[in-house]
Design a protein. Structure first.
Length: 321
């Protein structure tokens, strides 16, 4: 895969290509941005380019690129969490490999979801960052850069990967997933700029789940507390499915606010459900919509940090206007 095949992200890619052209490669990079946006893909392509033997790296044709394509390149090492955390053993293995020079090219370590390092691993990595080696490069990817210690952040060159325009996400869905234009545009508008999220939503039950939650926004009666608490059962039991449905809920309120303030339906994430969004915007004030979005955000943050799911959802639903 080449840089030209990455959807969007022209600015960070231009920075990486310029660094390669000038042979001014930093010893550590932090690729940060929302989940499913292309950080891991960009890190993989950059790692290939740094070891490519062709004239326009990565060339996808030389021996190095072919090894990378088959995930057996000795100079490209991917580190990720075992269970919940990246543990100190993984960082010590990086340090052990760094004690000897690669036989050729540069050795690249890609730390996926680097914010999942436990405290011991983060402290060990800091020692590595304080003693950089020209032949070893660290690429950290994360959707939660704020969760990394400042001491690590300060020793990396930062590259921000912004949410993609809906048009780019829709183009990916058409070209790579084979979706029809209408379906691609619906998913792209709902994805928040994340190709990964759009791909996850491309399943039969997603639209049914989304529509059910949006209909409940219209039916919601603030005086019927029992019905609200029963609503909590619609969010499921697993963390990821709860977070996905909370994103739908939040975006429903977000669309209501956008429509209330601008009256422009083309700005809606759920533009194919404009009638439902109009009902939400008509029922709630701008202040109510903002307060509800904040309540959902707080619930998502708590559940992401392993708070009690049922209690968090019930508390959120009681707070909603």
């Amino acid at each position: 895969m080449r840089f030209e095949e990455i959807y969007g992200h022209e600015k960070p890619i231009a920075i990486l290509k310029s660094a390669m052209a000038k042979d001014r490669i930093a010893h550590a990079y932090l690729f940060y941005g929302m989940d499913g946006i292309g950080k891991k893909t960009a890190a993989s392509v950059f790692a290939r380019a740094l070891n490519c033997g062709g004239l326009d790296p990565p060339c996808d044709a030389c021996a190095s690129c072919r090894k990378a394509e088959h995930n057996n390149h000795p100079n490209i090492i991917t580190v990720q969490a075992e269970g919940q955390f990246i543990k100190i053993g993984a960082v010590k293995e990086i340090q052990a490999r760094m004690t000897f020079r690669p036989r050729e090219g540069r050795r690249i370590f890609i730390l996926r979801e680097a914010d999942r390092m436990n405290a011991a691993a983060a402290n060990a990595l800091l020692k590595t960052l304080e003693e950089p080696s020209a032949d070893n490069i660290l690429l950290l990817t994360t959707a939660r850069s704020h969760a990394l210690p400042m001491t690590i952040l300060s020793r990396c060159q930062h590259l921000r990967f912004s949410p993609l325009p809906p048009e780019e996400v829709a183009r990916f869905l058409r070209e790579k997933e084979g979706l029809e234009t209408a379906a691609a545009e619906i998913l792209a508008a709902s994805s928040g700029g994340s190709i990964g999220r759009a791909v996850e939503m491309n399943r039969e039950d997603y639209l049914a789940q989304r529509n059910a939650i949006l209909e409940l926004l219209v039916e919601d009666n603030p005086e019927d507390l029992l019905k609200r608490l029963a609503f909590a059962g619609r969010f499921g039991t697993e963390r990821e499915e709860i977070l996905e449905r909370l994103r739908i809920l939040r975006n429903g309120y977000r669309d209501g606010l956008v429509l209330r303030e601008t009256e422009e339906k083309e700005r809606l994430m759920f533009r194919d459900r404009a009638g439902v969004i109009e009902a939400v915007a008509g029922r709630l004030s701008g202040r109510d919509l903002l307060r509800n979005m904040a309540a959902v955000d707080a619930a998502m943050s708590a559940i992401a940090q392993n708070a009690n799911k049922s209690l968090t959802l019930e508390a959120m639903l009681i707070k909603l206007a």
